[in-house]
Design a protein around this ligand. Structure first.
Ligand SMILES: O=P(O)(O)OC[C@H]1O[C@H](OP(=O)(O)OP(=O)(O)O)[C@H](O)[C@@H]1O
Ligand SMILES: O=c1cc[nH]c(=O)[nH]1
Ligand SMILES: [Mg+2]
Length: 213
C-alpha cells in the first residue's frame, strides 16, 4: 500500500480551518469540497487515458481522453458524501457507486448497511472517498468489497489518517494483488481511547450533516 500525504500550504491552511471547533457546518462542507478537489488532483495522477484524435482550428492532432471503462467513484456514506462534488468536479464523467458503512462506537467494528455498486468491476480504477481513516476497519472492508468484484486499482482519498489505521490497513491488505494508494491531507499523531483521530477534527459526519451550531 502506498500512502501519499499532499504537502501544500493551501491544503494545510484549509485543513487548519476545517479542524477548528469554531468552524460551522456550512463552512465545513465548503472546505471539505475544496480540499477534496486539491487532493483529487494528486489522486488522479495515474488515471488511465487513451489516445484521442481531434482537430484544432489550426491542425489535426492527437491528445488523450479518459480510457474505458470509466473510473468508478465510491463515497462511503455518510461522511464520504460530503466529498463527492469535489471529486466529480475533476472527473465529471466517472460512474458513481455507493457504500453505506457505519462504525460501532463501542466495538469500533465497521458494518455495511447499504450497497449500490456495479456487479462487475473487472478492469476498473476505483476512487474511494472517506474523510477519516481511523482504525482502518471501514476502509479495509470497502476495499474488499471492490476487489471481490474485480476492481484492479484502488485509490482512497481521506482528509485525515491515523498511523494505527494505516498500519492496520496495510496488514489487512496483505496478500491482495491489487495496488492500493491512500491520498491524504495529513497523517495525525494517534488515535485516542475512543478510536478518534488526535488532533483530528472530531466526527466528520456530524460536522458535515449534524445539527448546525
Ligand atoms: O477507520 P474507522 O475506525 O473504521 O473509522 C472511520 C469511519 O468512521 C466515520 O464514519 P462513521 O462510522 O462515523 O459513519 P458516518 O459517516 O455515518 O458518520 C468515518 O467517516 C469513517 O467511515
Ligand atoms: O476521528 C474520527 C474517527 C472516526 N470517525 C470520525 O468521524 N472521526
Ligand atoms: Mg460519524
Amino acid at each position: 500500500m502506498r500512502l501519499h500525504v499532499v504537502d501544500h500550504p493551501l491544503v494545510s491552511h484549509k485543513l487548519t480551518v476545517l479542524r477548528d471547533t469554531g468552524t460551522d457546518s456550512p463552512t465545513f462542507r465548503r472546505l471539505t469540497d475544496e480540499l477534496v478537489t486539491l487532493l483529487a488532483y494528486e489522486a488522479t495522477r495515474e488515471v488511465r487515458v487513451e489516445p484521442h484524435k481531434i482537430s484544432t482550428p489550426v491542425a489535426p492532432t492527437t491528445g488523450v481522453h479518459l480510457a474505458s471503462p470509466k473510473p468508478l467513484v465510491v463515497p462511503i456514506l455518510r461522511a464520504g458524501l460530503g466529498m463527492l462534488d469535489g471529486m466529480m468536479r475533476l472527473l465529471p464523467t466517472a460512474e458513481v457507486g455507493f457504500l453505506g458503512m457505519v462504525r460501532n462506537e463501542e466495538t469500533l467494528e465497521a458494518s455495511t448497511y447499504a450497497e449500490r455498486l456495479p456487479e462487475d468491476l473487472s478492469g476498473r480504477q476505483c476512487y474511494v472517498l472517506d474523510p477519516m481513516l481511523a482504525t482502518g476497519g471501514t476502509l479495509a472492508a470497502a476495499i474488499r468489497f471492490l476487489t471481490d468484484r474485480g476492481a484492479d486499482d484502488i485509490t482512497a482519498i481521506c482528509l485525515l489518517v491515523a498511523p494505527e489505521g494505516v498500519a492496520n490497513l496495510e496488514a489487512g491488505l496483505q496478500g491482495l494483488e491489487v495496488p492500493v494508494t491512500v491520498v491524504t491531507a495529513a497523517q495525525d499523531e494517534r488515535l485516542n481511547e475512543h478510536g478518534y483521530i488526535v488532533p483530528g477534527l472530531g466526527d466528520a459526519g456530524d460536522r458535515l450533516y449534524g445539527l448546525a451550531h
